[in-house]
Design a protein around this ligand. Structure first.
Ligand SMILES: C[S@@+](CC[C@H](N)C(=O)[O-])C[C@H]1O[C@@H](n2cnc3c(N)ncnc32)[C@H](O)[C@@H]1O
Length: 269
């Protein structure tokens, strides 16, 4: 068999739509046609097309292959080693906008790519936006998305990363923390398990370790009437609500059956 080269008409070096679709389908992509369109629109040369198809066929998440993820109609830059924003998290953004529609100081804690902060800024207009993450790779990626809307990105452990003068001034504190129970990380789809860092997924024994730390400290940072919003699973929601109540926040749970999303919302009095 001749060695594969960019010129070889093989599935892994496909240069036509049909061969890209065939290669993706053979590797198990359910939405092979849609993915092929996106990959074809992204590749600038036949060599790049071959590389992108190879990466997708090897199991890399589509968003990492493309270099961006769609989130509330925005193209959010994503990079290897950074959590890919999920569409269900759009519900957290919707809830933030519904609860504090005139927010002007926003924090995206555990920001990953910064998708949540960027989406809030896109809807709220001119705001003071701060995003923070413990993972340097996430911070680098968030800078691409958050700096584009005039926000600031900080690196560090939860609130330690934030400028102290934000205390008592935050209208929206969005925190899509890691919330997978440690024992269930191994059950996640391979795209998450193999391509996203453990720090972005593992929330401790019951998945709520980081959430509890955020809920305990949030009241010191929220302005009166400001909201903390956190995503959980359906099963974790009652325990998460309890953690919010114990920190003195007025708490409610918002559920979207359609987006399969649960968001706990705590309002500061
Ligand atoms: C589930 S991902 C969410 C990322 C982003 N907010 C989103 O919705 O796409 C959780 C993020 O929390 C960050 N993280 C985990 N523990 C943290 C900590 N103690 N302090 C700050 N960030 C943390 C991870 O690095 C990861 O980027």
């Amino acid at each position: 068999m001749p060695p594969l080269s960019p010129q070889s008409p093989s599935p892994s070096h496909a240069s036509s739509r049909d061969s890209v679709v065939a290669a993706l389908r053979a590797s198990g992509c359910v939405f092979a046609e849609d993915e092929a369109e996106l990959i074809l629109a992204t590749a600038r040369t036949p060599d790049e097309l071959a590389t992108l198809v190879d990466r997708r066929v090897a199991g890399q998440p589509l968003e990492l292959v493309l270099g961006w993820a769609e989130f509330r109609g925005l193209r959010i830059a994503v990079e290897p080693g950074v959590f890919v924003p999920r569409r269900r998290t759009e519900f957290l953004v919707e809830q933030a906008l519904a609860h504090v529609p005139d927010a002007s100081v926003v924090v995206d804690l555990c920001c990953g790519s910064g998708a949540v902060g960027a989406a809030l800024a896109a809807s709220l207009g001119r705001i003071e936006l701060h995003a923070a993450d413990i993972d340097p790779a996430a911070v680098r990626c968030a800078r691409r998305n958050v700096a584009a809307v005039g926000g600031h990105v900080h690196e560090g452990d939860l609130f330690d990363a934030l400028p102290g003068d934000l205390r008592g001034r935050v209208h929206v504190l969005a925190a899509n923390v890691p919330y997978v129970p440690s024992g269930e990380v191994g059950l996640l789809p391979a795209e998450a398990r193999d391509h996203e860092p453990l720090v972005a997924l593992d929330g401790g024994t019951d998945g709520l370790d980081v959430l509890r730390r955020v809920a305990a400290e949030a009241p010191r940072w929220l302005a009166p009437g400001g909201c903390l919003l956190v995503e959980t699973s359906e099963r974790q929601a009652p325990t998460a609500v309890d953690a919010f109540n114990r920190s003195g926040l007025e708490t409610r749970l918002a559920v979207s059956e359609e987006m399969y999303a649960n968001v706990v919302i705590g309002t500061s009095s």
